[in-house]
Design a protein around this ligand. Structure first.
Ligand code: ADP
Length: 482
């Protein structure tokens, strides 16, 4: 693959300010569209993680002592370098993750927007002065960086899930030690290359590739790490939560979802179909905010099913580098198996395939964009995240009933609904037990808004002005003798 700047695809890890080259050994990274090996990253573990944390502790103090304006300037530079290299970063992302190139470049812009946003927020981390409780006293509230942050990120957004954490961490004056997903480390390494060029001090940002359990164990047990921020499955998130308990770390967890997408009788159906395409099929259904259950009211069920099946039939599946491709491969064999299981389980319990429904003729981990009708709550698709290109349609008649069904899950990340009646819009938005609600839209993620979930979908919020809160400690100073 031709890159304008080949040095961005670096087969290395970046530990405590030093590059550790893979030299053809370690973890092989493959292209999910072809199965071909792209390159290697080193397989590191406890020792390197410990070293990175120790160095981060030193560098963090110097970084925090700089003015907010200085930190903001370096973040701004990092953002500009990302955008200047958007094409190359997008290519690296498609190569290791599989999403279509246009979507990959979109992720780079989205990922960069968090660095831009938090470069701006860095200068606005204000404290407070509160009138004292006694005549001679004043109460000062300072906001200080939490210190060394450990981050573990997934493969579905190899760029943006990192910047959404690194942006606020560095803006607040923290250091970060990151373990990217082993399927997609090159996007993370490229970010480190650009971070170094932008002027992030050596050792402030380490990217450690290797054994998840070893790196995770050191990150969670090391007392120097004051915060762990994780995006991934609820299962692993819960384990990291447990491991972090003895050292009482602050936790930021962005975990699984099981998003409902509700279409009411009064919805604009064409808009709802368009929203469903985005909410369901973006990244081939592999996002934690993807619509997982589509509830459609009686009066519009048949019309919606028809329109959606037609639209889905027009989505082109293929290698993300090919022209016009909207859906890439699934990330790996296990992902394909899960999708196949969900579809066969649904069909065995009475669902009807109205579009797609089988592995794609392209082979590999490609699966046809699929729409299932007559889906019921007894089927696995109702309770588990499919994480693939399958849209299951449930029929409902009553608003109260659909809200109960939508909330009947351990998860609470994203939810969506289409309706035009204003009173209904408020009623439903308030009743949905989710951290995020998209009303008449299938696309809700943006740097300006707080992203996060309730229930087992996680803790904390990323992005927006609230995103900084997770990376600061509040210090109360009681000033007497005034
Ligand atoms: P996904 O289903 O998205 O792959 P995971 O939760 O399995 O979600 O993985 C998300 C991230 O967590 C990846 O970087 C992965 O390597 C890492 N991970 C998986 N298991 C562990 C673990 N036991 N400790 C620390 N990190 C882990």
């Amino acid at each position: 693959m031709q890159l304008k700047d080949p040095s961005l695809l670096r087969q290395a890890a970046y530990v405590a300010g030093e590059w550790i080259e893979a030299n053809g050994a370690g973890i092989a990274v493959t292209n999910p569209a072809t199965g071909a090996v792209i390159g290697h990253v080193p397989k590191l573990g406890t020792a390197e993680t410990r070293k990175a944390i120790a160095e981060a502790e030193k560098v963090q103090k110097e970084w925090a002592a700089r003015t907010a304006k200085e930190r903001a300037g370096i973040l701004r530079k990092w953002f500009e370098l990302m955008m200047a290299n958007q094409d190359d970063l997008g290519r690296i992302l498609t190569l290791e993750q599989g999403k279509p190139l246009a979507e990959a470049k979109g992720e780079i812009a989205y990922g960069a927007s968090f660095i831009e946003w938090f470069a701006e927020e860095a200068r606005r981390i204000y404290g407070d002065i509160i009138p004292g409780h006694q005549k001679d006293k004043r109460i000062l509230v300072m906001k200080q960086p939490i210190g060394v942050v450990a981050a573990i990120t997934p493969w579905n957004f190899p760029n943006a899930m990192i910047t959404r954490k690194a942006g606020p961490a560095f803006a607040a004056g923290c250091a970060m030690v990151l373990k990217p997903a082993s399927q997609t480390p090159f996007s993370a390494i490229a970010l480190a290359v650009l971070g170094e060029r932008a002027g992030l001090p050596a050792g402030l940002f380490s990217v450690i590739t290797g054994s998840a359990s070893e790196i995770g164990a050191e990150m969670t047990s090391n007392p120097v790490v004051r915060k762990l921020t994780f995006t991934g499955s609820t299962e692993v998130g819960a384990e990291l939560y447990r491991q972090s308990a003895p050292t009482i770390k602050k936790l930021g967890l962005e975990l699984g979802g099981n998003a409902p997408f509700i279409v009411f009788d009064d919805a604009d159906l064409d808009a709802a179909v368009e929203g469903a395409l985005i909410a369901k099929f973006r990244n081939n259904g592999q996002t934690c905010v993807c619509a997982n259950r589509i509830y459609v009211q009686d009066g519009v069920y048949d019309a919606f099913a028809d329109k959606l099946a037609k639209a889905v039939g027009g989505l082109k599946t293929g290698n993300g580098f090919d022209e016009g491709v909207i859906l890439g491969p699934l990330i790996d064999e296990a992902a394909l198996e899960k999708v196949e299981e969900h579809v066969s389980d649904a069909v065995s319990k009475g669902a009807t395939i109205i579009q797609g429904g089988k592995p794609h003729a392209l082979g590999g981990t490609f699966y046809e964009a699929t729409v299932l009708a007559n889906v019921t709550k007894e089927m696995a698709v109702a309770t588990e995240e499919t994480f693939g290109p399958v849209a299951p349609l449930f029929r409902f008649s009553d608003e109260t009933d659909v809200i109960a069904q939508a909330n009947d899950t351990e998860f609470g990340l994203a939810s969506y609904f289409y309706a035009r009646d204003l009173a209904r819009v408020f009623r439903v938005a308030e009743a949905l037990e989710y951290g995020m609600v998209g009303v008449n839209t299938g696309l809700i993620s943006t740097a300006e808004a707080p992203f996060g979930g309730v229930k087992t979908s996680g803790l904390g919020r990323e992005g927006s002005r609230y995103g900084i809160d997770d990376f600061i400690e509040i210090k109360y100073v009681c000033l007497g003798g005034v």
